[in-house]
Design a protein around this ligand. Structure first.
Ligand code: LIP
Length: 283
């Protein structure tokens, strides 16, 4: 019963409501000009956190906990501060990135997303991603299709890599072991052998996934991402007709620190051999 369409639809509607309410916290911070008050939370200046990230995560946790006291929660800021668990069990688990694209938020670059995913029995079943700059609400639940502001979306029908836009990113840690292969992968896609129409970096994994889901880019891949960067967006891509796998071509492992999504199998098959595996510790 836990997976019935009605139950999943109920989860989706609550998550959407909570994301909309949480965006009021962001709007207030933006109106007060607070977005630039960022602290460095990681090993370098590109890994940022703001008071707004923390306030949104707290709000989303509290609201969803009121509805679902028995569910579990994984949130970027709770885990990063050492105060939260990052373990996926069979219990329904909400996986939250309060602001995916924090550096974009700080700069006003309009790709920042409140991201709420849900896994049941370790399977991703609900995704809500709200780009508060662009007022774009992406929603999906397993078996129910994907929507942008209530309108059905679907992936691109391009199957050739050299007619595609591919999104990827540098990530925020940028140590040599990861940075060098990431740049090499971009080179191989933009030049020989890929010759794609374009490589894009948006600074938000969730926004990138939504671009593929809505057919505005053909594929996105990234190593180094965490479960909260990809949980909601993976559901949205799949429900829009795309595929979400691990960059080596195997099944997506949500805790495995990597993702490849593509509009179709043909594109995924062209991209996988060009990618280089980067080994990160699991979430
Ligand atoms: C960011 C991602 C971005 C990725 C960064 C970082 P944050 O999330 O979405 O695309 O490249 O490593 O994880 O930290 O802004 O929530």
């Amino acid at each position: 019963m836990a997976d019935s369409p009605e139950v999943l639809q109920g989860y989706l509607e609550k998550a959407e409501l909570v994301a909309r309410k949480a965006s009021e916290i962001v709007d207030e911070a933006l109106s007060k000009g607070e977005r630039r008050d960022a602290s460095i939370k990681g090993i370098n200046t590109s890994d940022l956190v703001t008071e707004t990230d923390l306030a949104v995560e707290k709000f989303v946790f509290e609201e969803l906990r009121n509805y679902y006291p028995d569910h579990k929660f994984i949130g970027e800021e709770s885990v990063s501060s050492g105060g939260g668990s990052c373990t996926l069990t069979d219990t329904p688990t909400w996986i939250i990135d309060p602001i995916d694209g924090t550096s974009n938020f700080v700069h006003g670059f309009p790709f920042s997303v409140i991201s709420i995913g849900l896994a049941v029995n370790k399977e991703l079943v609900v995704g809500v991603a709200y780009n508060f700059f662009q007022r774009q609400m992406y929603t999906a639940r397993k078996g129910g299709g994907a929507f942008l502001n209530g309108k059905r979306i679907s992936v691109s029908n391009v199957t050739e890599l050299n007619k595609s836009i591919v999104i990827t990113d540098y990530g925020s840690t940028r140590q040599d072991f990861e940075f060098i292969p990431k740049v090499e992968m971009m080179k191989a896609l933009a030049g020989d052998p890929g010759h794609v129409h374009g490589i894009r970096t948006l600074g938000s994994a969730v926004a990138s996934l939504c671009m593929v889901a809505s057919g505005r880019a053909e594929a996105y891949f990234e190593y180094g991402v965490h479960c909260w960067d990809i949980a909601a967006g993976a559901v949205i891509v799949r429900e829009a007709g795309g595929i979400a796998i691990y960059p080596t071509g195997s099944e997506l492992d949500i805790m495995g620190r990597g993702i490849l999504v593509a509009a179709n199998v043909e594109l995924a098959k062209s991209i996988v051999p060009i990618l280089k595996h980067i080994d990160y510790p699991r979430d």
